[in-house]
Design a protein around this ligand. Sequence first.
Ligand code: GLP
Length: 248
Amino acid sequence: MDIQVFQSEALAAQAAATLFAAQIISKPDSVLGLATGGTPLPCYGKLIEWHRMGGLDFAHAHSFNLDEYCGIAPDHPQSYHFYMEKHFFSQVNLPKANRHVPKGDLPREQSDAWQAECRAYDRAIAEAGGIDLQLLGIGGNGHIGFNEPAEAFTGDTHIVALASGTIEDNSRYFDSVEQVPTHAITLGIRSIFAARHIVLLATGEGKAQILQRLVQSEVDPHLPASILQIHPRVTVLADRAAARLLEG
Ligand code: GLP
């Protein structure tokens, strides 16, 4: 893992945006793996700014988001569909037909429909040529996407029961903890690992401990992000606050 530390959150986010811009410029039909949460917001802000200035054209790009809550409609303000529309898609020229976010609003009881959605999502990524550049944040427990700590690393896109810590962490975005969905649909670890280049963005004091664990841990499914240690091309971009507990 190449770990780069920046003076501020804005500079770390700008470095992530630069990797995405370079990817698009060198390969206009790139397949981008996108993430949600608070961390990537300034990165999306920079990409939008550069797009508006005229230098960044998403007209031929494809995107696949990591995850979505189950049982939540795309127009729910806390859905990742809504987030992506608000913070990125509505402000760049990435064609609608090329944007993908897993469906979260399938009928709860129809497990066949969920399975079909998971398989269709994996198929669509494969048909697009696989993910060129994957953006990741990291959960407080080391989850990436919504791959929670487990006995084994997960495979393809699947439905996951959210860990109680994740529900608590993410309740800051909802009116109450009871409103946080208990399940999510997420790219699996195998699908994330298949990306050609992965950039993990970690900013703020709240990520210091998990970043330290990530760097010091053995590769262990109880800390899902630890798999990134053995990926051939991972760039970790952190601000000083998140890198506070790293040596050197
Ligand atoms: C959610 C998302 C993750 C994200 C994590 C951290 O659980 N599924 O993809 O990395 O939150 O979010 P934040 O950046 O808001 O701390």
